[in-house]
Design a protein around this ligand. Structure first.
Ligand SMILES: CC(C)(COP(=O)(O)OP(=O)(O)OC[C@H]1O[C@@H](n2cnc3c(N)ncnc32)[C@H](O)[C@@H]1OP(=O)(O)O)[C@@H](O)C(=O)NCCC(=O)NCCS
Length: 176
């Protein structure tokens, strides 16, 4: 049975190793172990409760008042296609609902996977500029081919399919 739960600090070495594996294949962003520790509360893990093995990981990073990003979604190579990725996404969507977020997006090469999970492809410039801050860590900074996908947390949201109406997050007021 697959167990989905919040990550703990003890999970971080295995999470790091899994992300490294896929980063080495060029399909996801590298993440130094220290940055995973710092963001540990963002992550959920899928754990095989018979072997205790980490089967997959995914992070939900809040980007603003109503928007969060799915980051570092990765399934062990031997378990790809077994439903773990979808399970992680659903867990992250529940987390997003719990905290009162409205929309979740991802930047990805895995368009079909996200479409199967109820995400819509949107234009990249419909997302706030702030979402590109991570891009400086990417080898493909100047030749990015990722697509942007968005899913409303509430599937009954009247605006759910309206993908080009994503408002920019209000800019912070820095004083005079
Ligand atoms: C992308 C990834 C997270 C998907 O997880 P997974 O456990 O393999 O996917 P699932 O088995 O949950 O698939 C769910 C659905 O998406 C479909 N799907 C998954 N990957 C797909 C792909 N590459 N192409 C087409 N369909 C795909 C599945 O067929 C399944 O469809 P169904 O609803 O008809 O059954 C996983 O393959 C992975 O870790 N890949 C490498 C890292 C990566 O690319 N991460 C994404 C970063 S944003």
């Amino acid at each position: 049975m697959m167990q989905y739960r919040k990550a703990t600090m003890a999970d971080v070495p295995a999470i790091h190793q899994l992300i490294q594996h896929w980063a080495n294949q060029g399909v996801m962003l590298r993440r130094p172990a220290m940055r995973i520790y710092e963001a540990a509360r963002d992550f959920v893990v899928a754990v095989d409760d018979t072997t205790g093995e980490l089967a997959g990981v995914g992070g939900l990073h809040i980007m603003g008042q109503d928007l969060a990003e799915i980051r570092s979604l990765a399934v062990q190579p031997g378990r790809v296609g077994g439903g773990v990725g979808r399970g992680l996404v659903e867990q992250l969507m529940l987390d997003a609902a719990d905290i009162g977020l409205q929309r979740v997006f991802a930047l990805t090469y895995q368009q079909k996977f996200f479409e199967r999970a109820g995400f819509l492809v949107v234009t990249k410039d419909s997302l706030p500029q702030k979402v590109w801050t991570e891009c400086v860590y990417c080898d493909k900074f100047d030749h990015c081919e990722e697509i942007a996908v968005v899913r409303w947390v509430d599937p009954a949201h009247p605006d759910a399919p309206v993908v080009d109406e994503i408002p920019l997050i209000e800019k912070p007021h820095w004083g005079k």
